[in-house]
Design a protein around this ligand. Structure first.
Ligand code: 5AD
Ligand code: SF4
Length: 431
């Protein structure tokens, strides 16, 4: 009998990629994808541990799915990814009905674990080498193919659990990445997004990120190349020259996590740059690419963050004027250096800071979007808009969503249109 699997993905794009990788491994062996957990013989949750809230969500989801195990004990329920790596067998204390616990470097072993007759299987060995070469993900249909180019992280920001859940940095060869890009194009994908915990720390036998980008610009059929997320420490002039030389094929968007604008907090976070370094970096980026869309991640309420420190973050936001920002309240994570730092910021103070930050960002987002009115942009058409089937939606190179009358446009077309209006985070345009 054919077995059916269902994978639910939480967390970052790297997890999206890994879920496609797992689906690829299973489908290669004849498993089929099920449309719902109820119809699946194997249910996998691909999980995130980056904040406590992310883990709480999985705990309650597991609680919800328990009835499916009760109904059919032969069905396998697996937790994979960062939370599996973080909690290991500890997960069984509260969720003894979980069959399979697989860390991010153990996916190759999933088939043998599924065949195992043991009550529980826990495989959370991290690897210095695993980059899943030779496997091809079963991608969801669409425009964009995620391609993982490196895994793990050596930066050890003091708040971050990722180095503990995903292990040390390792990169794939340019050849293997280019091959995956070519295969994706042959399957109809027109955009690729290169992924890594620190995508621009890419280093395969001395070949660095700019070289990889140039190699990918030679792949016929790719209309747009994106990547996420770079670390400010590894963004340099060479990278910006490549952006400028291969515009618009390499999209003019950079996600540049700030985390904090205060030198004292940045130091305690082990971020390796100061406010002034960061602002100079932004100037350098804009010197090469004046219309670069810049987005960021910011944490409020890191231990010891004073009101004055927080003002420094607002100062950087006012100087850079980001297109958008992912904003988070600091969440203490086990194993990390910040876990036992004193001088915790209260929840209510964190909430106040977060609200202020979000308000400022909304203002900048709208201003930046309005600044595009009257400008001609290149849009990669994605799909009919959910709101109105007579409209299509697409993205500008700087990653902003635009909607427009469907007309004769098809998904995957690259079209030039002029922005006419901006509302919220949506742009409107005319030919
Ligand atoms: N608490 C809050 N936010 C965090 N991030 C990472 N670790 C934590 C934490 N402990 C945020 C950072 C990172 C993004 C992916 O998640 O901003 O860039
Ligand atoms: Fe979450 Fe980080 Fe793991 Fe991605 S790498 S799933 S963001 S903990």
């Amino acid at each position: 009998m054919i077995k059916r699997f269902y994978i639910e993905t939480y967390g970052c794009q790297m997890n999206e990629y890994d879920s496609e990788l797992l689906a690829g491994i299973l489908m290669d062996k004849g498993y089929e994808s099920a449309p719902s957990p109820e119809e699946a013989d194997i249910i996998l949750l691909n999980t995130c541990s980056v904040r406590e809230h992310a883990e709480q969500k999985i705990h309650s989801r597991l609680g919800e799915l328990k009835y499916l195990k009760d109904k059919d004990p032969a069905r396998k329920l697996g937790v994979v990814g960062c939370m599996a790596q973080n909690l290991k067998e500890g997960l069984l204390e509260s969720k003894p009905y979980v069959d399979l616990i697989l860390g991010p470097d153990s996916y190759r072993n999933i088939l043998e674990h599924l065949d195992s007759t043991d009550a529980h299987t826990i495989d959370t060995k991290l690897s210095k080498f695993e980059v899943y070469d030779g496997l091809f993900p079963a991608r969801k249909e669409g425009i964009n193919a995620w391609i993982s180019i490196m895994r793990g992280c050596n930066k050890f920001c003091s708040y971050c659990i990722v180095p503990y859940t995903r292990g040390r940095e390792r990169s794939r060869s340019i050849e293997s990445i280019v091959n995956e890009a070519k295969r994706s194009v042959n399957l109809g994908f027109v955009e690729i997004t290169l992924l890594g915990q620190n995508v621009n720390s890419y280093d395969h036998e001395g070949k660095r990120f700019p070289e990889l980008l140039i190699a990918l610009t030679n792949v016929q059929g790719i209309r747009r190349i994106r990547y996420t997320s770079p670390h400010p420490q590894d963004v340099d002039e060479e990278l910006m020259k490549v952006h400028a030389d291969y515009k618009p094929l390499i999209a003019n968007h950079i996600h540049l996590p700030l985390q904090s604008g205060s030198d004292a907090v940045l130091k305690a976070m082990n971020r390796t740059y100061t406010q002034s370094h960061y602002l100079k970096l932004v100037d350098m980026i804009r010197k090469y690419l004046p219309d670069m869309g810049i987005t960021t991640d910011i944490i409020v309420g890191f231990p010891g963050e004073t009101e004055a420190d927080f003002r420094e973050t607002l100062h950087v936001m006012n100087s850079v004027r980001y297109d958008s920002a992912f904003t988070f309240k600091y969440s203490p994570r086990p194993y990390t250096k910040a876990w036992d730092m004193e001088d915790k910021v209260s929840e209510s103070e964190k909430s106040l800071r977060l609200t202020e930050l979000i308000r400022l960002q909304k203002k900048h987002t709208l201003e930046n979007y309005r600044n595009l009115i009257g400008k001609e942009v290149e849009i990669l058409v994605e799909a009919p808009s959910k709101r109105d089937p007579n409209e299509m939606k697409g993205r500008t190179a700087c990653n902003k969503i635009t909607v427009f009358p469907a007309g004769a446009y098809q998904a995957k077309d690259l079209v030039k249109r002029t922005i006419t209006d901006a509302q919220g985070i949506t742009l409107f345009s005319r030919p």
